[in-house]
Design a protein around this ligand. Structure first.
Ligand SMILES: Cc1cc2nc3c(=O)[nH]c(=O)nc-3n(C[C@H](O)[C@H](O)[C@H](O)COP(=O)(O)O)c2cc1C
Length: 363
C-alpha cells in the first residue's frame, strides 16, 4: 500500500451514449462545450487526471466518437492543472506520429499530457478500418514495441530500434517532450497485459473489481515488476453512484440495469469474451463478468462505489489498501456528479488518509 494520497481520474465522455449500455436518462454530453466545462469542474473538485477514449466506429452504443488526442488537447487548453491521458491504439497509430504529436502537446501544455496505450478488443472496428486483427498476444507484443519506441524517441538522440513491428534508424526527434517524459498508462488484464505492464508501463489500468480481486492482480504485477527493478502504479475502474442515502444509490443502479439494452449488452459480451478467450490462458478483462457487470463497459459496478459518501470513501480506502494508486471514475450525469464527488467524497477520503497517517506515526 502507498502512503501517497490516492489519485482520482474520470473518463472523458468523448464518445456518445455515456458509460453504461442502458436507455436510462443520462445528463451527459459528448460535445466539446460540455467537456470543457466538465474538465474545469473536475480540476476544481480535486481530480488529478482525465482519460479520453479511442473508438473508431459505433458499437454497442457510442454512435459518435471524437478522436482522443485532438480532444485531449482541447481539454488541456481549457484547464490549468488537470493532466489528460489520451488513448492510443497501436496499429492505427504509428509510433513516429504518436511520439511527435504527444511531444508537441507536452511542450504546449507544460507536460500535462499522458497516454493510455490500448491493445484492442473490438474486431469489427479493426475490420471496418482495414486494420489486420492480430492474435491476442501479438497485439500485446506490438504494444510493447510501440511503448519501447516512444520511450526511445522521447529519451534519446540517434535512436535505432529493430523490432518485428517497428524500425527506427538513427532517428533524432526534436523538440523532445517537456521533462519528465509523458506518463504511459495501459489498459488490459490478461497475462500478456500484466507482463507488458511489468516490463514497460508506468501505470496499469484494470477493470472494476473487489479489493480481493484487485489485490491478486497487484501482487502478480508487482512481483514481476520487482524482478525487472521497476515499480508499476495501478489504476482501477469504478462507476460511482454517490447519493444522500444508500437506498437512493441502489435504486439508480437498479434502474440502469433494468433499462439496459439486452441485445447490445449480449453483443458486447460476445465481442469482449472472444477477444479475451483468444489469449493463451483463455482469460482477459471480462472473463468473469456477469450480464449486470457488462452493462458498464469496464465492470465498474464491481468496485461497489455505490452508496453514501461515507460508504464510498471507506471502499476507496479498501481499494487503496489492495494496491490502487488511482481510482478511475465514471458517472451517469458527469458534471453534477463530479462536482458532488469532489465536495462530499474526496474530503472524506483525505480525512481517512490523514487519520491513517496519524495512527501510523503514533505507533
Ligand atoms: C481503463 C481502461 C481503458 C481502456 N480504454 C480503451 C479505449 O479507449 N479504446 C479501446 O479500444 N480499448 C480500451 N481499453 C481496452 C484494453 O486496451 C484491452 O483491449 C482490453 O482491456 C482487453 O485486454 P485483455 O485481453 O488484456 O484483458 C481500455 C481498458 C481499460 C482497463
Amino acid at each position: 500500500m502507498t502512503t501517497d494520497p490516492v489519485k482520482f481520474a474520470y473518463w472523458v465522455p468523448n464518445v456518445s451514449g455515456g458509460l453504461v449500455i442502458s436507455n436510462i436518462e443520462q445528463r451527459t454530453s459528448w460535445d466539446i462545450d460540455y467537456n470543457r466545462k466538465l474538465a474545469q469542474i473536475a480540476e476544481a473538485a480535486g481530480f488529478d487526471y482525465a482519460l479520453s477514449q479511442i473508438r473508431f466506429t459505433a458499437g454497442y452504443g457510442a454512435d459518435n466518437q471524437h478522436e482522443p488526442v485532438a480532444f485531449s488537447h482541447a481539454l488541456l487548453a481549457a484547464t490549468e492543472k488537470l493532466k489528460v491521458i489520451a488513448a492510443l491504439l497501436p496499429g492505427p497509430w504509428n509510433p513516429a506520429i504518436a511520439a511527435k504529436q504527444i511531444a508537441t502537446i507536452s511542450q504546449l501544455t507544460q507536460g500535462r499530457i499522458a497516454i493510455n496505450v490500448v491493445s484492442g478488443w473490438f474486431r469489427g472496428e479493426f475490420h471496418a478500418i482495414g486494420e489486420p486483427w492480430l492474435d491476442h498476444d501479438e497485439r500485446y507484443r506490438r504494444s510493447e514495441e510501440f511503448i519501447r519506441a516512444l520511450r526511445g524517441i522521447w529519451g534519446q538522440d540517434d535512436f535505432t530500434f529493430k523490432g518485428d513491428f517497428y524500425r527506427f534508424n538513427n532517428y533524432t526527434m526534436k523538440p523532445k517532450p517537456a521533462d519528465p517524459q509523458p506518463e504511459i498508462f495501459q489498459g488490459g488484464s490478461s497475462r500478456a497485459a500484466r507482463d507488458m505492464a511489468a516490463r514497460v508501463s508506468d501505470w496499469y489500468f484494470t477493470n472494476g473489481n473487489t479489493p480481493e480481486g484487485l489485490a491478486a492482480q497487484v501482487d502478480d504485477i508487482r512481483g514481476k515488476a520487482d524482478a525487472e527493478g521497476r515499480r508499476v502504479k495501478v489504476g482501477v475502474n469504478a462507476f460511482a453512484i454517490a447519493r444522500e442515502t444508500e437506498a437512493e444509490a441502489r435504486a439508480v443502479l437498479d434502474e440502469i440495469v433494468a433499462k439496459a439494452n439486452p441485445d447490445a449488452v449480449k453483443g458486447f459480451a460476445h465481442e469482449v469474451k472472444n477477444a479475451g478467450k483468444a489469449s493463451p490462458e483463455g482469460e482477459g478483462n471480462w472473463a468473469k463478468s456477469t450480464f449486470e457487470d457488462l452493462v458498464q463497459y469496464n465492470d465498474g459496478f464491481r468496485s461497489n462505489l455505490i452508496g453514501t459518501p461515507e460508504q464510498i470513501a471507506e471502499r476507496i480506502i479498501a481499494l487503496k489498501d489492495a494496491g490502487a494508486d488511482l481510482i478511475l471514475l465514471g458517472f451517469l450525469h458527469f458534471q453534477e456528479e463530479v462536482e458532488f464527488f469532489g465536495k462530499h467524497v474526496i474530503p472524506l477520503v483525505r480525512q481517512l488518509e490523514a487519520d491513517r497517517a496519524q495512527k501510523v506515526a503514533a505507533e
